[in-house]
Structure formats: structure tokens, C-alpha cells
Design a protein around this ligand. Sequence first.
Ligand code: FES
Ligand SMILES: [Fe+2]
Length: 474
Amino acid sequence: MLTVNDSGQLVSPNGQTPQAPPLNPALSSLLKELSESEGGLLDRRMFFDPEIYKVELERVFARSWSFLCHESQLAKAGDFFSTYIGADPVVVTRQRDGSISAVLNSCRHRGMKVCRADWGNAKAFTCTYHGWSYSTDGSLVSVPREEYAYYNEIDKSKLGLLRVPQVQSYKGLVFGCFDPEAPSLVDFLGDMTYYLDILLDRVDGGTEVISGVHKWKMRGNWKLAAEQFSGDNYHTISSHISVLLSEFPPEAADAFVNIDGLEINPAEGHGIGVMYSPTGAPFSAGSSEAILRWRDETRQESINRLGKERVEGMSWTHANVFPNFSYLHDSSVLRVWMPKSPTEMEAWSWCIVDKKAPQEVKNAWRTQAIRHFSPGGTWEQDDGENWSYCSGAGGQEGVVTRLSKLHVEMGVGHERSHPTLPGKVSHTYSEQNQRSLYRRWAEFMAAESWKDISVPVRTTEVIDRSDMAKAGES
Ligand code: FES
Ligand SMILES: [Fe+2]
């Protein structure tokens, strides 16, 4: 387990890789079954069992890289954003030297949240309970009435806020990881960066997010949402049929049903799905005139940066970066599925836009994201209702209901490599990405430490851009 050292900071004990507490035998055998099979049958306990949830927080979220925020939310020194890694509250802050750091948002005195704002700018975080005050890098700088209350004997240097040991960015997206032994963010992402670039690296200047984050609670285990974004195009033709018929012209609705697409698994755990037409025009239904015009104006620039296949051949992207960071490219939405209990999650949603796009285009993206994928969005409500009914007593927990396993076998054995794209690919109606996500989950759950967790083999290069944030910032 991670521990707090004499200097009051998170470390691996004795400099060794952090160890997780042992698993109970029933959970061990469930994980063994999952990791040894193709992952095609799922034990329903994964979606409601409190013991599994507890281990998940320790073994998945406390070890994995988690999305924290976009760099544009931290434009100036002192800008901060409050979020979570798993169940742990963290606050991410731009430091005076330009670096980004993250600390646990929990006072070392009695555990009060030292930052209660969702975001803002601060010179220090002062706890409202007894007034201990921390600098934005987490150092404890002042304790009220120190001479009378503590006889000047308190060692403030050991009572700073715990720091998230690893904070790194990939082209504007800031991630944090509690495990000092975890590989770098870029290594963790593997070839997922090849596909993330379609969203992040399309035009000079990169991206920014529109101010404000939608947050809402839903019944449902977080994995239900993550797996859907990683590879579930199949649900579109039933769950979203009313949106397709009411909002899209008939030929576009028809194209969705008879979709020509790919599910791509660039590295174990990460998944992306696209409409795929490398020689044709990208699928553009549902986008406003302003957005389509912007795409046309910047098409050649994007092709110069990414090549024709990624710019013109791939559209209507849905994706998930393991464990719980999702995005939809054409809808300009970034997502985190925050675990809140075994059967509850909180969705956090950002709208991401090309930084150099005109205001009119940014407004169009914002409106589109709200219309489609916000708490009141036409597509969003269909999904939330499904996850809610898949959870709780209605979906999994009944004493007899739980005896049968869930079926995730669509397209087993039909995964293949692709002549031009990195990763394994399947037809759009496939559950290859879901199986990969659950195998990765089982790998993290069963592993004693990062020594037992595989690091993706990269086959593509990371293209560094001087006009964007560098990967590997700590
Ligand atoms: S809980 Fe923060 S100062 Fe007491
Ligand atoms: Fe959906």
C-alpha cells in the first residue's frame, strides 16, 4: 500500500513498489476467471458488490492515470480546479513557475476540505475549520495561534497536503496518478495517442474547454458508462432511435443503422469507435453550418498534420481511456465517470473546442454539446436511463438474478489487425473493446503492484508540437 513517510508525503514503503492489501479468495477466483477467459461473460457482482468496489478504488483508481482537467482551465498562476481520483478529492493548481501540481484536498488537521470551490484562483488554501493555511503547492505555511496552541513545537514541514506524486499532460489534457511506480502517462496511453491526436492535434494551437462543467449523479456502476463509450455502437440503433428519427434526415438515420464503422482497441483497456470511410467524406449529420464551415476551412491544415485517413476517414468518434475518461469527438464532449458507490456514479462533462476557432464556431459546439450530451441532452438521457435500470435491484442484485452472467461475446474471434491503423479492429458491431476494458480491469484488480501490470507496446510515435503543452510535465 502507499504510505505517508516521515516528511508527510505519499511514498512506496521502503522505496519498494506499493503493495495492495490481499484479496479475499472469492474475489481472487472471479478475477482469475475473467483474466483467463476472453472476458466474454461477466459476473454481475462486478456492478454492485461493495467489496469489489472497495478493492477497485485501491487497485484501479489509486494506481491508474486519471483525467483531472484541461490545461486551459489553469491559464494563470494560482488557477485551480477541484476534482477526484476515484474517491479521493484532489485540487489541481497552476504554480508560479508554470508547472501544474495536484494535492489531496483534505486538511491534515481533521480532514476538512481545504478548497471548497469548484474552481477559481487562489494564493493559498485556508481551511475554514481551524484556519490552517496551505500554499497552492500544498505546503503548510501557517497555523493560527501557533505559539499558544502548539508551543511552537509543531513541525509544519511534515504536515503539508499530500501531493499526487505524478501529474503529466498530453496535448492539453492533464492527468494525475497516485502510484509513483506507474509508467509515464504517454507509456500508459500507448497507441491511444494516435487516436487522441484526432481530437487534440487537428489544428495549430490545440484545444481549450469552454468554461463550466456539467455534473450530475446517476444510478449505475461507473463501468457501464466507460464500457459503452469504449465500444458500444450497437446500442445506438435501439436506444437512440428516437433521436435519429426526429433529428436526422432519413439518409443519415439509415447510415447509422447500416453503419460502416470500426471498433479499435489501440492498447489493452483503451477503446475507440468510428464511422470509417477512408476514401469518402466524413459523416457530418447533426453538425451545424458553422461547424461544418470551420471543418472545411481547416481541412487541409488538419490533413497536413494528421493525414487524410484520420481527418476524412474517421468521424462520429466515441472513446474511453482506461479506466473512466471518455470523449465524443463530433459532439465535442470530454467525460469522467466518477465512482460514487458500487451502484452510483457522477458524470462530469466538459465541452472541448479548437482554441483558434472563431467565437461563432465555439458557440455552435457549446450548443450542440448541450443539446445532445448534457443532463438534458437528447442522446444523454437515453443512456442514463439504461445504466440506471442495469443497476440496483432491478438489474443485477436480485438473489436469483445474480446467478446468470452477462454476455459480452459479440464478435469474439473476429478481431483483426488493420493495414493502416494501429491496434486490433473489429466491425462496428463488436464487443472487442468492452472485453479489453474488462480484461484490463481484471489485470489491475489481480495485480499486487505495477510489477504485475503490463505496459502497452507503442507502435506509433508521439508527435510533439511546440505550440502545445509538452507531454511529460511533472
Ligand atoms: S480541520 Fe483544517 S484546520 Fe482543523
Ligand atoms: Fe448512447
